[in-house]
Write a protein that binds this ligand. Structure first.
Ligand SMILES: Nc1nc2c(ncn2[C@@H]2O[C@H](COP(=O)(O)OP(=O)(O)OP(=O)(O)O)[C@@H](O)[C@H]2O)c(=O)[nH]1
Ligand SMILES: [K+]
Ligand SMILES: [Mg+2]
Length: 444
């Protein structure tokens, strides 16, 4: 029996409106039970009193919508209850729904999973629903919307169609080897497979742009103790996220803030000051974490202290590379000391205290973000899951191209096609679904 599921679709807590979603064959019955009335016309917002079916007590004056299968988000009968967003209202309605026969609370992602199982969405589109709900910046929103509209699914399905046609050619070769077919039909498949392998390679070779756009560009602030790293993080975040003090070795744990730089998501990390003689094992661990974070960051901000000039902290200098923005801080104290050049890069002069130079620093970081995350209009793969399936597909194509017999070629083309099909969910993906939909929150 298919259960009818329900859940609060909006964020929990007080709000102007809260939406409870119900999906499944008993949705209409549930609505009728709560209203003690005939069902409203489908897809037409209707104001009704919702009552507890047992006690008859009025729970809310609500706007309700009724969708009949298959014309709904999940492809099942769906009811949406737009309630006044108070905790007691929501609790009362949820409790009343739970008491009805055949209804149960939805699991995380279960609405979207049902939409997938009913053919309303492919897997990349379902994943995009989660990304859209999680999107914090405009670039993330655009990527999620594009994927939700099917940009990735269409690309992968198109590739899969080409493989299917090639496979037909190869199989013709196997089935009718003696017929007078134009010399070696499977030879005709070769250029098609080679082109596709090259296209997949180009798609994979994107520096993880789409995945990074989902997660944010990682920027690590590094420098000697007291260079002003935490002050700089706070100034960029426009809040006191990290403790600042005149004592060297203040910061130990890595402190992260999420920023929106020109529409690009950035995870900015403050780290412990680098020095040889750590005060204790806690600071030592902090420095280890700082180095680890610097090594994994997409971009580093190397902070030097203008009051320490002409000395430049050697541990920080050693970390400067092509992915580093060099910054000279505390220029409010140093008078006209001139700039610094580290690793061939002239440093930006800033003051975390007065805010001087911070706009230029933000611009430089935004340019890094745009360079790493901006798309060229081609949809980007957005998950490690897509990447590994595409690599599997490409490897199978390579094997197919080197296959000595049409039978072996056909087998590898089948494997390549299956790998593509798993991305969109066109082939057996039962084992994947729990993992994919587990990341959704309840009500999606
Ligand atoms: N005048 C002036 N003082 C600053 C500036 N930036 C930081 N400071 C001061 O320098 C001291 C150290 O600043 P922090 O931000 O704690 O330095 P840090 O690099 O995070 O230090 P650790 O966490 O110990 O490695 C504090 O007293 C700050 O107020 C600046 O631009 N100008
Ligand atoms: K400090
Ligand atoms: Mg600090």
């Amino acid at each position: 029996m298919i259960h009818t599921i329900f859940a609060l679709a909006t964020a929990p807590g007080r709000a102007g409106v809260a939406v409870v979603r119900v999906s499944g064959p008993a949705s209409g019955d549930a609505l009728a039970a709560l209203t003690a009335k005939a069902l409203p016309r489908p897809r037409e917002a209707t104001l009704v009193k919702l009552r507890d079916p047992t006690s008859g007590e009025v729970l809310d004056d609500a706007l309700v919508l009724y969708f009949i299968a298959p014309r709904s988000f999940t492809g099942e009968d769906v009811v949406e209850l737009h309630l006044h967003g108070g905790r007691a209202v929501v609790a009362g309605v949820v409790e009343a729904l739970g008491a009805l026969p055949g209804l149960r609370v939805a699991e995380p992602g279960e609405f979207t999973r049902r939409a997938f199982e009913n053919g309303k969405l492919d897997l990349t589109e379902a994943e995009a629903v989660a990304d859209l709900v999680d999107a914090e910046t405009s670039a993330q929103r655009r990527q999620a919307l594009r994927q939700m509209e099917g940009a990735l699914g269409t690309l992968y399905d198109g590739w899969r169609d080409r493989l299917t046609r090639s496979l037909a050619h190869i199989e013709a070769d196997i089935d009718f080897p003696d017929e007078d077919l134009p010399s070696g039909v499977s030879d005709a498949a070769r250029p098609v497979l080679a082109t596709l392998a090259a296209e997949i390679d180009a798609h994979l070779d994107d520096n993880g742009r789409g995945e990074r756009l989902r997660e944010g560009l990682h920027i690590a602030i590094v420098g000697a103790p007291n260079a002003g790293k935490s002050s700089l993080l706070n100034a960029l975040a426009r809040r006191e996220a990290a403790i600042v003090s005149a004592r060297a070795g203040t910061t130990r744990d890595v402190i992260e803030v999420h920023l929106d730089l020109g529409g690009y998501p950035v995870v900015l990390a403050d780290t412990a000051g680098l020095r040889e003689a750590a005060a204790d094992e806690v600071e030592e661990e902090g420095i280890r974490r700082a180095r680890d974070r610097a090594a994994r960051a997409d971009v580093k901000v190397a902070v030097f202290d203008a009051t320490a000039l002409p000395a430049l902290d050697p541990a920080t200098v050693a970390l400067v590379d092509g992915d580093t923005v060099v910054v000279l801080n505390k220029t409010d104290l140093s008078g006209d000391s001139g700039g610094i050049v580290v690793g061939g890069q002239s440093g930006l002069t800033v003051s975390a205290r007065t805010g001087d130079g911070l706009a230029a620093l933000e611009q430089r970081l935004t340019a890094f973000a745009a360079d790493r995350l901006a798309g060229s209009g081609v949809p980007a793969l957005t998950r490690a899951r897509h990447r590994s399936a595409l690599e599997e597909c490409r490897d199978a194509l390579r094997r197919a191209l080197g296959a000595p017999l049409p039978e072996l070629m056909a087998e590898d083309v089948r494997l390549a096609s299956r790998a593509l099909g798993r991305i969109t969910g066109r082939v057996d993906v039962e084992d994947l679904l729990d993992v994919i939909f587990r990341d959704f929150c309840i009500g999606k």
